[in-house]
Design a protein. Structure first.
Length: 161
């Protein structure tokens, strides 16, 4: 899965630009989930969630902390006019698909494993299989993946600040 910070920040930027008084606010969760999957379709950097361990849990916690802290610092020091409720809704639903994915790795229940396959079908695949050997290798996307994530975050920060 794409690291969570870009999903948190892009979802927050989306939410910050929705007007609460407008009827379209009810579309925010749906649009945030669509944004999540749209970002997952482009090459991106990620880290392994399997096998789930305390180190993986620490990475996820740190990742979420960086994303939420970034949004909180923008609100506190740069743009106190942000509708913090809409911003939080955008960040939450912009990250929710990966939250469900994480649950599927921790609790491999049948319906969660179905969701895992569905999520993978919408995802950019960072691994390729050599047709001659059948060996799976990671595509060389780390630089491109980091670039696309930094670009998505930079654009989102523009709309947050």
């Amino acid at each position: 899965a794409m690291i969570l910070s870009p999903h948190i920040i892009t979802g927050a930027a989306l939410g910050a630009n929705f007007q609460s008084a407008d009827w379209r606010i009810y579309l925010l969760p749906i649009v945030a989930i669509i944004l999540h999957h749209s970002l997952d379709r482009i090459p991106h950097y990620d880290y392994n969630l399997k096998p789930f361990s305390s180190l993986v849990a620490f990475k996820v916690f740190l990742d979420i902390s960086v994303g939420t802290s970034t949004v909180a610092l923008i609100y506190l020091f740069f743009n106190t006019d942000i509708d913090i409720f809409n911003t939080a809704i955008g960040a939450f639903f912009g990250t929710l698909p990966d939250g469900i994915l994480l649950l599927s790795f921790i609790f491999p229940e049948k319906w969660l494993l179905k969701y895992q396959r569905f999520h993978a079908s919408l995802h950019f695949h960072s691994k390729e299989i050599n047709p001659q050997t059948g060996i799976e290798t990671k595509k060389t996307i780390n630089f491109i993946g980091l670039f696309t994530q930094v670009t998505a975050v930079a654009i989102s920060l523009y709309f947050l600040i």
